[in-house]
Design a protein around this ligand. Structure first.
Ligand code: ADP
Ligand code: MG
Ligand code: ZN
Length: 605
């Protein structure tokens, strides 16, 4: 973490503290004249419980206040009509009262003190609302209240693409932006339009923030960074005004990069907030959109943003002229992991037995942050044991430690699991390749993508289709079933890993029957009145539009379609069993293969 999270809680505590002090001060200075009487003071003097006293004549001259201090430290104040009489009484009781200059005291107590206290309270109130002023290291121009709180670092090239290991494609996508920031005129002279916004999307710790910093470092331009959560405040309007300030500031520093980390905090889909639409976040988002629309394309400001929840973002921010470039930052593959390990072991003393390649192999699913953490834990372990170097033993210990600690986010995958995933994904990929209306395959990967998914096979659809044909839908079902079929062929056993595939296949088959009239036995009738699935329990509330008999028939028809697809798909995969083995082996070695490598397997055979 580069920036300590500010706690609004703390500033409110301060505020309460200051108010309490103020109240207490005023109380003690004014005393409590209603409950304490002259007679009481007299008897207290007789008792000897008063240790000192002071007299403050009031403006009228003769009269004034006597303030007495008791043995226990408490004070009381009493109004007296004759100051000199009171002074005599006190002296008779062995006290030496201080007689204050009334005008000074009155001025201090009645005018200066309230003003000072009020000012202090105001300052704290303001800073509670607007946050603490930026630290000294930030640009001095920023030392003003109400500013955006962005942290500006000059792109002095401290972090460059060299510090970002792996992520080759991502860096390549961004190099264009770097080039533009270096020399905007080159592009504007040709009338080229450069994207205004780049959205980096990917799992936490995959290097999004690092990548954004590296772009600024490569281009040597200022980097204004702010976190989405900095915009979200209790007070309505503050977020929007911070956005305005942020862009104001950016214009002064152009060409520059504005980086909004964790943008999902502000750019959540509008209208989904609890308790109605127009909340603070929505205003902030609107302001952000207005600002992004407001500056011209080639003003030299590039807005970068990062999120790990692209699914909850408001679609409006992805519209052209806003974040029109989306870059998915992937979890690293074996090679990428080795490179990341190399980067992070640069300043660490490793003993000779540490094999980074081997570590890379056993850490499928780890992100850059996980790997950095792994090496750091190993270094701590070595230091604790007073070893001069980090040895493989410490790495293994760290592996267990971090592995267990982060079990949920980056599961350590056993060889067996990896093998199953490799065959499963190959099953999908072969069908994508062989069947005419689907595919071709763009990437096959066995890098875990997140919760539950062991890998993925991504097709590259070549044509835009307006209508789905029955043939294409059947092929989609076959592709979905391919993973399960491969598992069955190779392992003679099946896993739970295919549940999402099965669900998908069933969904397609059911819509063929109930929505598109593609089944002869059921006929060209729509039995599907589900317009959308917004309401949970809609099925319960609505009576089914058809009889039990039709329901049974639909179920049988769906079943028949799936069974038929399963058999056909199995036949195709069996015909290509050699490729199944070859591709799975390649996947186990490289974890991710591209289109060329995959297609080469077919031409070899
Ligand atoms: P994100 O913003 O995606 O959550 P960060 O960019 O904050 O991730 O990465 C956290 C840390 O993980 C970085 O500071 C860096 O030490 C390490 N890291 C992540 N990805 C890489 C990478 N590709 N190369 C080198 N270090 C990386
Ligand atoms: Mg980050
Ligand atoms: Zn699958």
């Amino acid at each position: 973490m580069e920036k300590t999270a500010k706690s609004p809680f703390r500033s409110y505590l301060w505020l309460i503290f200051v108010i309490l002090i103020a109240v207490w001060l005023l109380q003690t200075l004014k005393g409590n004249s209603e409950t304490y009487s002259y007679g009481q003071m007299k008897s207290d003097l007789d008792e000897g419980s008063i240790v000192s006293a002071s007299i403050t004549p009031d403006a009228a001259g003769n009269a004034g206040y006597v303030t007495v201090v008791f043995k226990n430290g408490l004070t009381q104040r009493v109004y007296v009509t004759n100051v000199s009489d009171s002074e005599k009484l006190l002296r008779d009781n062995g006290l030496d009262p201080v007689v204050r200059d009334r005008s000074m005291v009155n001025w201090v107590v009645n005018i200066l003190l309230p003003i000072v206290l009020l000012a202090v309270v105001m300052v704290f109130l303001l800073s509670a609302i607007l946050g603490p002023p930026p630290s000294q290291s930030a640009n001095s121009k920023m030392f003003t209240f109400g500013k955006s709180r962005a942290v500006i670092t000059n792109g002095d090239g401290k972090i460059t693409f060299e510090d970002v290991a792996g992520l080759r494609e991502e860096k390549e996508d961004l190099s264009e932006i770097v080039d533009f920031l270096k020399d905007p005129a080159k592009y504007t002279n040709l009338g080229a339009r450069i994207p205004k916004g780049v959205l980096l999307e990917g799992a936490p710790g995959t290097g999004k923030t690092l990548l954004a910093k590296a772009v600024a470092g490569e281009a040597k331009v200022p980097f204004l960074s702010i976190s989405g959560s900095d915009f979200v405040e209790m007070f309505v309007g503050v977020g929007a005004s911070r956005v305005r300030d942020l862009f104001e500031e950016a214009k002064k520093h152009a060409p520059c990069i504005v980086f909004i980390d964790e943008i999902d905090a502000v750019a959540r889909r509008r209208g989904t907030g609890l308790g109605g639409g127009h909340d603070e976040r929505e205003q902030t988002l609107n302001q952000l959109l207005v600002e992004m629309d407001g500056f011209t394309e080639n003003s030299g400001i590039i807005v970068m943003a990062a999120t790990n929840r692209v699914d909850i973002l408001d679609p409006a921010i992805l519209r052209p002229g806003r974040f029109d470039r989306k870059i998915t930052v992937q979890r690293p593959d074996v090679g990428g992991r080795e490179e990341i390990l190399k980067v992070h072991s640069r300043n660490k003393k490793l003993s000779e037995d540490v094999d980074l390649e081997k570590i890379a192999r056993t850490t499928a699913g780890f992100t850059g942050a996980d790997l950095e953490n792994l090496l750091n834990e190993a270094a701590i372990g070595a230091a604790k044991g007073n070893h001069p170097f980090i040895s493989m033993e410490q790495v293994n210990n760290a592996f267990i430690k971090t592995g267990i600690g982060t079990e949920k986010k980056s599961r350590i995958i056993s060889e067996k699991e990896k093998k199953i995933t490799a065959y499963h994904e190959t099953g999908h990929a072969i069908l994508f390749h062989v069947l005419p209306d689907v595919g071709p395959v763009y990437t096959v990967s066995i890098i875990p993508t997140g919760v539950g998914a062991g890998g993925y096979t991504m097709p590259l659809p070549e044509k835009d289709e307006m209508y789905l044909t029955k043939g294409k839908m059947l092929q989609d079902i076959m592709v979905s079933l391919g993973g399960r079929i491969a598992e069955e062929i190779i392992f003679g056993d099946i896993t739970t890993g295919a549940s999402a595939d099965i669900k998908q296949a069933t969904k397609v088959a059911r819509s063929m029957v109930t929505r598109y009239g593609m089944s002869e036995n059921v006929g060209v009738v729509c039995y599907d009145d589900d317009e959308d699935e917004v309401f949970i329990g809609k099925d319960l509330a609505h009576a089914k539009a058809h009889s039990e008999e039709i329901s049974g028939q639909i179920d049988r028809e769906v079943r028949a379609i799936i069974d038929d697809c399963y058999a056909k798909a199995k036949e195709i995969i069996l015909q290509h069993e050699d490729i199944l083995h070859k591709c799975a082996a390649l996947l186990l070695e490289k974890e991710k293969i591209g289109r060329e490598e995959f297609e080469a397997l077919f031409s070899e055979g």
